[in-house]
Structures are given as structure tokens and as C-alpha cells.
Ligand binder design. Structure first.
Ligand code: PLP
Length: 383
């Protein structure tokens, strides 16, 4: 394809070198129509579009752009990240075995746990901090799907995607990677052997905390992939055209935003490593982080905008620090242009295993020096 080898930055900034064939407009239109007309012979004008629950031109434009950024053959967009994941899980045979990390994005772990409790899947959780644990889990019984996340919420453990792909494929399983935190800017899981890439597009891909969206991308548009598309159609989980349009707009600045957040997160992590008021700084860009060696190999251009800190003095000290935030916003979520800070154990609730003194930081694109100063004054008041 002409221009197919261009860099992600160039593709994203131009929304795939978009020029409207009819008008010359350089931004794509929003197409809200839910139905698509036929000619006098009852043939569709464009066979791709029948009814809005199946597909929509604005959604398809966003999917084509994302597929190019991830190096995928096909992409599907959903009304949220969890809607996307549920469509994939819906294609598993009853009782199929799914292997996933014990510590991961809490909502996804809850979703898998509920499916297992209902007998829909057989869930095997492994300890991502132990290198041999994944192989043990995959080889313990016939496995259909290996679901990993990297870097992994909220400790930012890094899982070796190429190694996971080899292990999964040797056992006849498929590998899906939640790449929400890394984004295609820092990691391209399909090039490392993943079969499916998942994104909560709510986060970095859109980047402005104003769209809820999910994406699945596939290395090959095979039969299994067609069943995921059918699950979206019959589950009624397609993304709306206005949200797809906003997502295209957000993707134009993806590379700038992720590079800036990564630089600032590294500056913050380096500044606070060994700080007298902190028990630990968890960030894969720090040489002392257990995932650093794999991250340095697997990620390029930075280590992402997410980090966590363990505040000395426990739950009360962590909540005290958060109460003094002046620039960081006290809110859950991640990947927006504004920096967020959250007490993870409160957000996850009684089923959470995260330490009570953990604060999770989503670093935005503000001035890094001001973010560091805000964290310094938050900690200064701690015991
Ligand atoms: C937010 C998030 C999800 C869930 O996505 P929604 O868009 O909120 O449904 C899944 N995985 C990760 C890593 C996330 O951050």
C-alpha cells in the first residue's frame, strides 16, 4: 500500500492522510445514520453498511486508523473497554480455560471472576512477579486464551509478550494483550506475537477523559475474529459515531501526549525514588523495578505515564497526602492530558488486594516541575 510504511506519528497526526474525496476536507465527517439505503435492484450502495448496530463509516474510519497504528489486520471498536473484552470472552467455548495475572486491572479481573463463578469459563490466575508462573499455568491444563496486561495495574509489572506468545502458541492457546497503558506508541504486541490486542480507548487513545470506548485488534482477520464481530453485532456493543469521531481527533496527538507523559513520569519517579516519606516508587523505567529489563527490551520511546507510590505510615498517611493535592486531580481513570491521583484500595473496594498505602498516579502533560512540587508539598505534611 502506498505510504504503508510511514511512521505512527505521521499516520496519527494526519488521521491516515485523510482527504475527503467529495470536498477536499481534511477531517472526516460524523455519519450519524443508523440505516443505509439500497438501489432500485435492492443492492446496498456500499455492502459494508446495512444497519448502525453492525457498522458505521465513522467507526470504520477510526478502526482503520487504529489497525494501522498497531500493525493489525483488523480492528473493532466498542462502547467501552469492558464491552470489547466481553465480546471476546463471549466467543469462548463453554468452560474454556483462561489464564490471566493475579494482579491486573481490577475491573477486568472482576469480569473474569464473575464469568468463572457463573461456570462460563475456567479461570487460572498466575503470579506475574514469578517468571516461571505463566508457563506453569499454561501447561497445567488445556488452555484456550491467555490474557495478559503490560505494564500491569497497579504495580506496573512488565510481562514478556514475545515469551508469553511462544508459550501460548506451543500449548495451542491464543494470546490477548491489554496494551491500554503502553499504547502502540511504546509497544506493538502483534509484532511480538500476540493474536489480539485490547485497549480501553477511554484512556490514552482518546486521551481527554471525555469518551468511553474499547478496541480489539487482530493479527489476522480469521474465523475466530469474525465471531468477535458477530458478538459485537448481536451484543449491541458498537461504539457510537460521535465517540468514534472524537477518538480520531484524540489519536492525532497520541504520540505527543504519550511521549510527554512518559518523560514526566520518569522525571517524577527518578525524583521521588528513595524519598524519606515513601516506602517505594513503582515505575518500570527505574533500573530497580523488577520489570525494568523486559520493559527496556519490549518498550521503545519511554516507559509510560503510569506509576504508583507506597506512602510511609500506611493508609492514613496516603489519604492525608492525597487530601493536600493542588494540581493532581483526585479521581480514578488514567491516560488523560490532566494528571490524576487516586487511593487505589478505596477505588477497588473490599475485593482489592492492593496495599492500603498505595497511591496511583496518571501523569498528564502539565509542567513536570509543578507536578513534582505538588507531590513534594503533599508528602511534606505526612508524618
Ligand atoms: C480502564 C481500563 C479497562 C476497562 O476499560 P473501560 O473503557 O473502562 O471499560 C481495562 N484495562 C485497563 C488497563 C484499563 O485501564
Amino acid at each position: 500500500m502506498k505510504g504503508g510504511g510511514r511512521k505512527g506519528e505521521t499516520i496519527a497526526a494526519q488521521a491516515g492522510h485523510y482527504i475527503d474525496a467529495g470536498s477536499g476536507a481534511v477531517t472526516p465527517p460524523i455519519q450519524p445514520s443508523v440505516t443505509f439505503a439500497r438501489d432500485a435492484d435492492y443492492a446496498l450502495i456500499d455492502p459494508a453498511y446495512v444497519y448502525g448496530r453492525g457498522n458505521n463509516p465513522t467507526v470504520a474510519a477510526a478502526e482503520a486508523l487504529l489497525a494501522r497504528l498497531e500493525g493489525a489486520e483488523a480492528a473493532l471498536l466498542f462502547a467501552s473497554g469492558l464491552a470489547a473484552a466481553n465480546a471476546l470472552f463471549a466467543t469462548l467455548a463453554p468452560g474454556a480455560r483462561v489464564v490471566a495475572p493475579r494482579i491486573m486491572y481490577h475491573g477486568m479481573l472482576l469480569c473474569l471472576s464473575r464469568l468463572a463463578a457463573a461456570g462460563r469459563i475456567d479461570l487460572a490466575l498466575f503470579d506475574a512477579a514469578r517468571p516461571e508462573a505463566l508457563e506453569e499455568a499454561i501447561t497445567a491444563a488445556e488452555t484456550a486464551l491467555v490474557w495478559i496486561e503490560s505494564p500491569c495495574n497497579p504495580t506496573w509489572e512488565v510481562i514478556d509478550i514475545a515469551a508469553a506468545a511462544r508459550l501460548a502458541h506451543a500449548a495451542g492457546a491464543r494470546l490477548a494483550v491489554d496494551s491500554t497503558v503502553a499504547t502502540p506508541v511504546l509497544t506493538r504486541p502483534i509484532e511480538l506475537g500476540a493474536d489480539v490486542v485490547f485497549h480501553s480507548a477511554t484512556k490514552y487513545l482518546n486521551g481527554h477523559s471525555d469518551v468511553l470506548a474499547g478496541a480489539l485488534l487482530s493479527a489476522t482477520a480469521d474465523d475466530a475474529w469474525r465471531r468477535v464481530g458477530e458478538a459485537r453485532w448481536l451484543g449491541g456493543a458498537v461504539l457510537g459515531p460521535f465517540e468514534a469521531w472524537l477518538l480520531i481527533r484524540g489519536l492525532r496527538t497520541l504520540y505527543l501526549r504519550v511521549h510527554r507523559a512518559s518523560q514526566s513520569a520518569l522525571a517524577i519517579a527518578s525524583h521521588f525514588e528513595g524519598h524519606e516519606k515513601l516506602d517505594a516508587v513503582l515505575y518500570p523505567g527505574l533500573a530497580g523495578h523488577p520489570g525494568h529489563a523486559v520493559a527496556a527490551r519490549q518498550m521503545s520511546g519511554g516507559f509510560g505515564g503510569m506509576l504508583s507510590v507506597l506512602v510511609g505510615g500506611g493508609r492514613a498517611a496516603a489519604l492525608g497526602a492525597v487530601s493536600r493535592a493542588e494540581i493532581f486531580l483526585r479521581a480514578t481513570s488514567l491516560g488523560g492530558v490532566e494528571s490524576l491521583i487516586e487511593h487505589r484500595a478505596t477505588i477497588e473496594g473490599p475485593e482489592s488486594h492492593v496495599p492500603e498505602n498505595m497511591l496511583r498516579l496518571s501523569v498528564g502533560i502539565e509542567d513536570a516541575g509543578e507536578l513534582i512540587a505538588d507531590l513534594e508539598q503533599m508528602l511534606a505534611g505526612a508524618p
